[in-house]
Design a protein around this ligand. Structure first.
Ligand code: N01
Length: 556
């Protein structure tokens, strides 16, 4: 890094060069802010750079899992498939970085280890693992919600002598599993995608399943010339509709709006035949929006069970061996309370002679020995490779791995010891001029994340412009505002079935992580309206100060 870069004070230091960081840089630069991005990896792309396991694709439709801020970009980029595969998303992000000349303000191989607020200079000092420090008036965390893999514990890895991989940390060079005995641990979204691909290659594949997932067919298809023409004609309307949709980006973009209107208020108000027909329609459309078939599916356990039964019957139709089919059926948590997986050939993979499902709920993994996995019953599975599809330390993982210190040296880890609190999921009291894109209690994974990112970035940018015009030095959430927002977010969760599942949404998958819903479930439209109201009110809930003041005093 050139020396002058480290001594310069930036308006904005942005951490991460994924979807969030790239758009932040473009937006802030366009508004005349002097911004720089620090990226840990050796290229841009964030999650879509690091994740590259076979079969990886997004569960949001490609035309929506893309930026809407530039119409020409929308017009010139053609997606090839309904649900984009990782290489295509990464190519898109590279195209964006090049098209908007972003790379010149992105420093690669700069893993941020900490950020410290200097109360006398009104600045953040951001430190990287390579020993560099950069200073910024604003620090913007664009670190992603699914960017820190939950790696196997030493006990789970044991003294395994073969190769091992985590889906979220896949090697850059292709890995061949041909002729190998492979174990996959986990059956979440990553596993559901990688298993069919590994099954095609491996000599034998053992799937170690603790909790079966609900998996819905993606019904992926190529976007032909007719689709491209349709998109070019309609993209403005669809983009605008999506900005205000309650749940953004799931399902079929071309779906007739009438399907979205539930015929009755409860699944239980429909006859069995009506219900099955409606579920079948959503099943055939593919995508993750089946839980929207009736409005009460995520609040009423009995209604939810009708949908779970429908999907269980589908497993029976596909999986030939009845014992395996039964073991693959999710039980003990309502559909939708853990993220439903989109599948392409997942259930069919269990009909192959070279694939076995090992139910580790019944026969837990006892230890991983040098030669493979030994279960509690003493059964031994000799393996050449293990693929851990064991998920992420989601939403707060990346933020808390850095040593972020605000006013009086308080660390974010101390502040969030009982769980994260953040006003609108964007700012937290005691950490002035720090912004969290897709922060805890923002809608993140319950929306199309790219739509959420654009909303956050535009809102933050408006605030920074407002501060510049007023001559403000700092902005910070008030304790009352963030408490009220957290309570509001938590109260919505209590009305739903989400607490009934053990999920990464609630932080359950990471030992010691406080149990708290990490995502705002009120939907994008409600969230956007709230953020717009806050801005219109002159930023109620935020405290601001001028340079001459030692502490924030201007309270809206
Ligand atoms: O992770 P997960 P993921 N022994 O946490 C199991 C997004 N995503 O990477 O449920 C045995 O969902 C664990 O079992 P259990 C998407 O938002 C999107 O699959 O804890 N098993 C579970 O089965 C998704 O929700 C896409 O009992 C162990 C699995 O590992 C999120 O990322 C693709 C274990 C982890 O599932 C995370 O998905 C991929 C142990 N010790 C990911 N520890 C698309 O867009 C964990 N497990 C399509």
């Amino acid at each position: 890094m050139p020396e002058q870069l480290s001594s310069q004070v930036y308006d904005a230091v942005i951490v991460g060069a994924g979807h969030s960081g790239l758009y932040l840089l473009h937006k802030l630069r366009g508004l005349g802010f002097n911004a720089i991005v620090l990226e840990a990896e050796d290229d841009v792309g964030g999650t879509w750079y690091r994740n590259r396991y076979p079969g990886l694709r997004c569960d949001v439709e490609s035309v929506l899992y893309s930026y809407s801020f530039d119409e020409t970009l929308d017009q010139e980029w053609e997606w090839s498939e309904r649900f984009p595969a990782q290489p295509e998303i990464l190519s898109y992000l590279h195209h964006v970085a090049d098209r908007f000349d972003l790379r010149k303000d992105i420093l690669l191989n700069q893993k941020v280890t900490g950020a410290t607020w200097d109360q006398s200079l009104f600045r953040w000092t951001v430190a990287t693992a390579s020993g560099r420090t950069l200073q910024g008036r604003f620090c913007l965390m664009a670190t992603g919600i699914l960017s820190v893999p939950s790696l196997p514990s030493p006990e789970l890895l044991g003294d395994f002598a073969g190769e091992w991989y985590h889906t979220a940390n896949w090697p850059k060079v292709p890995v061949s599993f041909a002729g190998k005995r492979v174990g996959v641990i986990g059956t979440g979204s990553s596993a559901v995608q990688v298993i069919p691909r590994l099954a095609e290659q491996a000599e034998h594949l053992y799937v170690f399943q603790r909790t079966p997932a609900f998996a819905i067919p993606a019904q992926n298809y190529a976007l032909d010339a007719e689709y491209q023409a349709w998109w070019r004609t309609n993209f403005r309307d669809i983009r605008e509709k999506n900005r205000w949709a309650q749940i953004v980006g799931f399902g079929d973009t071309r779906m007739d709006d009438s399907y979205r209107v539930p015929p009755v208020a409860s699944a239980l108000d429909a006859t069995r035949e009506e219900r099955e027909a409606r579920y079948q329609t959503f099943w055939d459309m593919g995508g993750g929006q089946i839980t929207l078939a009736y409005p009460d599916l995520i609040v009423n356990e009995e209604s939810n069970r009708t949908l779970a039964d429908f999907t269980a019957a589908k497993i029976d139709e596909i999986v030939a061996d009845p014992v395996t089919a039964d073991a693959l059926k999710p039980r003990g948590f309502p559909l939708g309370t853990k993220r439903p997986c989109l599948e392409i050939g997942y259930y069919e993979a269990f009909n192959r002679d070279n694939v076995n499902l090992i139910d580790v709920r019944k026969d837990p993994i006892g230890r991983t020995a040098a030669e493979g996995i030994v279960t509690a019953s003493g059964a031994t599975y000799d393996l050449d490779a293990i693929v851990f599809a064991t998920g992420y330390d989601a939403v707060t993982g990346a933020l808390l791995r850095m040593d972020v210190r605000g006013v009086d040296g308080l660390s974010l880890a101390e502040k969030w010891a009982d769980g994260p609190v953040a006003y609108l999921g964007l700012m937290t009291e005691g950490f002035p001029n720090l912004f969290l894109v897709l922060g805890p209690t923002s809608p993140s994974a319950f929306t199309n994340c790219v739509s959420s990112i654009e909303q956050h970035v535009d809102w933050i940018a408006d605030l920074l412009v407002d501060m510049r015009e007023r001559g403000d030095a700092t902005v910070e959430a008030t304790a009352e505002a963030e408490e009220a927002w957290s309570e509001h977010a938590a109260s919505l969760v209590q009305m739903t079935l989400f607490p009934k599942a053990s999920s990464w949404y609630m932080g359950d998958n990471i030992p010691g992580k406080p149990r708290r819903m990490l995502i705002y479930i009120g939907g994008m439209a409600a969230y956007r309206t709230k953020c717009d109201d806050v801005a219109r009110s002159g930023y109620v809930g935020l405290a601001r100060s001028k340079e001459s003041e030692s502490a924030p005093v201007v309270r809206s």
